[in-house]
Design a protein around this ligand. Structure first.
Ligand SMILES: Nc1ncnc2c1ncn2[C@@H]1O[C@H](COP(=O)(O)OP(=O)(O)O)[C@@H](O)[C@H]1O
Ligand SMILES: [Mg+2]
Length: 316
């Protein structure tokens, strides 16, 4: 294993430039997430790393080796596609064995690896089941086991949870993270879901329009967004006197302390918390909206209503 380095990668489909000077290092053993809106170029980066696309400009390095033009089959990347791309009429085991058969591994070796990765992904009891007789979550485990069975240099996961319902998504991301840590495999994870990115990653690269805007740990990305795009795409944020302030860093009170006088304009009940839009009038008479969230503490919590006057405080 070694790290993967993208150096000055740019790429256009026909005339539309979709990647613009991408510099990125994926360190050995880490899980790095590309986070950005649909169409920003995430899958194109994955395809360049996998070798399906040779970029117009720039290089892909694996350790010391320049692999920019290597064919996909010479790179040993384990890939899980958005739609899994499994063989629906083949059994779980045959799906997992597929990459190993192509690589002309011996029967005993294939048997051993299939068992090992079915065990790791909790699929042993489904060995003979056809893929089209499995649930979405089970199919995803097959796709992951198949990608891992070839013991790749790196795991590439392209929005692997997008076909799953919300509660299963949360469970599967914990499973993926646990497996990734257990075997210590270098992983590139792609998503447009900020919660997913923040909860699963060692580091996150925030992308927009073919560029990487910021790279950092999940906490850095959330607490210290460098640009307004990153601040808004990863959560909601307020911009007060040149600082990004998160809604949960603000709270409302009835006065008594020095706060900013505001009027509650809108209330959204989100279950776990309340989200308020409040408006204040600044010195020049301009109305300014802020977003404030407060945890729903149940009966003990006194909620605000539209039209209430209140004071805004910053919790630092
Ligand atoms: N094969 C292709 N031919 C032409 N344009 C493409 C092709 N694949 C992707 N694109 C365009 O390139 C941009 C980036 O796509 P993609 O890398 O798939 O973004 P993401 O994965 O972030 O949604 C999009 O505008 C998309 O429409
Ligand atoms: Mg994509």
């Amino acid at each position: 294993m070694s790290n993967i380095v993208l150096k000055g990668i740019s790429h256009a489909y026909e005339k539309e430039k979709v990647l613009n000077g991408i510099d990125l290092t994926i360190e050995e053993g880490e899980l790095l997430t590309l986070l950005g809106p649909s169409g920003c170029g995430k899958t194109t980066i994955l395809r360049i790393i996998a070798g399906f696309i040779i970029p117009d400009e720039g290089a892909v390095l694996s350790g010391e080796a320049d692999i920019t033009k290597w064919a996909p089959e010479n790179r040993n990347m384990g890939i899980v596609f958005q739609n899994y791309a499994l063989f629906p009429n083949m059994s779980v085991k045959d799906n997992i064995a597929y990459g190993l058969k192509i690589r002309k591994k011996g029967r005993d070796y294939i048997e051993e690896k299939c068992r090992e990765y079915m065990k790791l992904t909790g699929l042993l009891e489904y060995e003979k089941r056809k893929v089209n007789e499995l649930s979405g979550g089970q199919q995803q485990r097959v796709a992951i086991a198949r990608a891992l069975a070839i013991e790749p240099q790196m795991l590439l996961l392209d929005e692997p949870m997008s076909n799953l319902d919300v509660s299963l998504r949360t469970r599967m991301r914990e499973e993926i993270r646990a497996i990734q840590k257990k075997i210590g495999i270098t992983t590139l994870f792609i998503t447009h879901d900020q919660q997913e990115a923040l909860s699963i990653s060692d580091r996150v690269a925030v992308m927009n329009k073919g560029r990487i805007l910021q790279i950092g740990t999940p906490k850095e990305i959330y607490d210290e967004p460098e640009r307004s795009f990153a601040a808004d795409f990863v959560g909601t944020s307020n911009y007060i006197n040149g600082h990004f302030i998160r809604p949960e860093q603000l709270r409302l009170g009835q006065g008594g302390e020095k706060g900013i006088p505001v009027v509650v304009k809108d209330v959204k009940f989100m279950g776990m918390y309340f989200e308020y839009t409040v408006v204040c009038t600044d010195d020049s008479g301009k109305a300014q909206n802020y977003c404030v969230t407060e945890i729903n503490r149940g009966k003990a919590y006194r909620e605000w209503h539209a039209g209430d006057t209140a004071y805004l405080y910053v919790n630092l």
